[in-house]
Design a protein around this ligand. Structure first.
Ligand code: ADP
Length: 607
């Protein structure tokens, strides 16, 4: 049907003719047609009643002008036509209850409208009162009224009202013209103009109805779009909320991991930096001596060559390039003088991005020193072991290959014995040191009388000492100590004193009670110890590098053992020395009376 072809959406929501748009337009036309058909059938029952009423009135007023048979035949025909339409309306309603009625119902209505129009139009042929002008006017009036009524009930569909009005009115117009005479011609002309006017009016009414239907659908569409928009808005809002929460969580996690990373960085005792391929510093977190350097901000952005000496910069840049080329961690070591002190540094470089490397600078001065001491220790110990071993091998070979007098043999065996004792001491010291490092040195603490202990130890060295004296203040109260270990302490100190004493030097062993401890000292008249060596004197493997004493043997373990043993007893050890005049070593041990049971237990337990 062409009734809806001109329909244009009032609020076009999207532009040009896409296929979806065309489909939408077709659907809309169908919707409008369905609604128009519904309107036709909705108006039909009242139209049926009014039509039959009008037909009956017309028949009544024409009863004297028209033969009864014509009247009855026409009225019966009308009744039949309107019964058919009523039946059609009833069946349409049934069909509506079962779903959307098909297009056929529109066509059926149009046929019924044309039939009704024809039935009404036949009145101009069957019931025309040729004589009475008032009755002719009555007929024209009823037919005109029916046509006006048709506009009200069928304006929704153009074909319906045209299909009804034309067969309804044209026979009457034709009848007027056929009758002839001025009055009839005038009536016919007026009727014709009236029909034309009616059709124009009906057309405008039809347009208004179609537009209002379209508007209703547009409104429905808008409401649906609004709902859909609201729904999308809600969904979008939910997504935004979820995304925001996820982002907040991510930000929190990033902040947490950043805090962790920062804390870890802070916990690293080394200087950390980041450098790019061109050797420009991107980050710098200084530690230790580097903290005294200019602020990191003034270093960041500068090239490594501007900050460190050229040879160090060359080494760093080379390692950076190598790390970026191979993707593996690089390590380089270099010495650097900072604030007047020479330090050894190690840089570990790890690739941290396509064009950058993270470096950790570690002060390895101590490690280097330990390595040096170890090397020195190995060479010292080897030397210490080799000297007595050479004597042992030499004398035993001599005795195996040659015959000596018993006196000579006695002398050589005694030398072999001395060297063996010396070796045994060295090995024992080494074992003790190892146990010390492992915390396995065992002490048997008990009340100990120091005077006899000092005297027996002194007697052991009497043979070597040119002059050994004792200055022991009486009474010397007993101390709380391990006999064997204190014997080791005194022996070490005495052996050093004698070792470093001149041929006619006097070694003095003294002891006295001071407060709640006994202070013991061993003084010699040896070369003394330089002041700068005093702080390190009790360190393991430390030996004074001195021309005069270099020839004197030793592994640098004795004083370390002394310090460990005395400290384990809760005592102190120190030295007073004047270069060229001699040294005095002191150590203290707690009196038995001063050691509470609890302390004694804990000392005994710990050891
Ligand atoms: P060593 O076996 O080398 O004597 P020690 O630990 O007993 O090992 O002594 C460490 C260093 O302390 C010695 O090498 C020596 O240089 C110095 N020293 C120790 N006692 C004396 C002393 N009485 N007089 C001078 N120097 C001493």
């Amino acid at each position: 049907m062409g009734d809806t072809a001109e329909h244009i959406p009032l609020f076009p929501l999207s532009t040009p003719d896409t296929s979806a748009e065309k489909q939408h337009s077709q659907d809309r036309s169908q919707q409008i047609e369905v609604e128009q058909t519904r309107l036709l059938y909705a108006q039909a029952p009242s139209a049926v009643v009014i039509s039959l009423f009008n037909a009956t009135i017309l028949v009544f007023f024409l009863r004297h002008e028209v033969p009864s048979s014509a009247l009855i035949a026409w009225w019966t025909g009308m009744l039949g036509a309107y019964l058919i339409r009523s039946l059609l309306v009833w069946r349409y309603r049934q069909a509506t209850l079962q779903g959307t009625p098909s297009q056929h119902w529109r066509t059926r209505f149009l046929i019924s409208a044309v039939l009704s129009g024809c039935a009404w139009g036949s009145c101009a042929l069957l019931l025309f009162p040729t004589v009475s002008l008032p009755h002719q006017l009555l007929l024209a009036f009823v037919v005109g009224g029916m046509a006006i009524g048709a506009i009200a009930s069928m304006a929704a569909v153009r074909a319906a009202y045209i299909g009804f009005i034309l067969p309804l009115t044209l026979p009457l117009v034709w009848r007027f013209f056929l009758q002839g005479g001025d009055d009839a011609i005038a009536m016919g002309s007026l009727s014709f103009i009236f029909v034309g006017g009616l059709l124009v009016m009906a057309s405008q009414f039809h347009t208004t109805i179609t537009e209002s239907i379209a508007l209703r659908f547009e409104k429905q569409d808008l409401l649906q779009s609004r709902k859909a928009l609201q729904l999308s808005h809600d969904v979008l809002e939910d997504r935004v909320r979820e995304r925001t929460m996820a982002l907040q969580q991510e930000v929190r996690e990033r902040a947490r991991s950043e805090t962790h990373a920062r804390a870890m960085l802070q916990a690293i005792p080394d200087t950390v930096f980041r450098v790019n391929r061109d050797g420009v510093l991107l980050d710098f977190t200084p530690r230790d001596q580097f903290s005294a350097l200019p602020a990191p901000e003034s270093v960041v952005g500068k090239s490594v060559t501007e900050i460190v000496p050229p040879d160090v910069a060359r080494a760093v840049n080379g390692a950076v390039a190598e790390a970026l080329r191979t993707g593996t961690a690089q390590i380089c070591e270099y010495p650097l003088s900072l604030q007047g002190t020479l330090h050894n540094y190690e840089i570990r470089l790890v690739v941290s991005g396509p064009d950058e490397v993270v470096g950790i600078v570690r002060d390895i001065t101590q490690r280097k020193e330990v390595e040096r001491l170890k090397d020195e220790f190995i060479s010292t110990v080897s030397h210490e072991l080799r000297t007595p071993l050479t004597s042992l091998v030499g004398f035993t070979e001599l005795m195996l290959n040659r015959q000596f007098s018993p006196e000579k043999q006695q002398q050589y065996v005694s030398l072999i014995h001395d060297e063996s004792v010396c070796l045994a001491h060295l090995v024992n010291d080494l074992l003790d040191l190892q146990r010390m490092q492992l915390g396995n040195l065992t002490y048997h603490l008990a009340a100990l009388d120091l005077e006899p202990l000092l005297k027996t130890c002194g007697a052991l060295f009497e043979r070597d000492a040119s002059s050994l004296r004792f200055a022991i203040a009486s009474p010397l109260l007993p101390v709380y100590a391990d006999d064997a270990r204190i014997r080791q302490v005194v022996t070490n100190l005495l052996s050093n004193a004698i070792k470093f004493s001149p041929a006619d030097g006097i070694v003095t062993v003294g002891a006295e009670v001071q407060h709640d401890e006994v202070v013991t000292w061993i003084a010699d008249q040896g070369p003394g110890i330089p002041a700068d060596a005093l702080p390190k004197l009790f360190d393991k493997f430390f030996r004074v590098d001195n021309k005069e004493t270099r020839h004197i043997g030793g592994a640098g373990l004795g004083l370390a053992l002394v310090k460990e043993i005395v400290t384990a007893h809760g005592g102190r050890v120190w030295v007073e020395s004047t270069l060229g005049q001699g040294s005095t070593f002191f150590f203290t041990l707690p009196l038995v009376s001063a050691v509470s049971d609890a302390v004694a237990d804990s000392l005994a337990e710990v050891r």
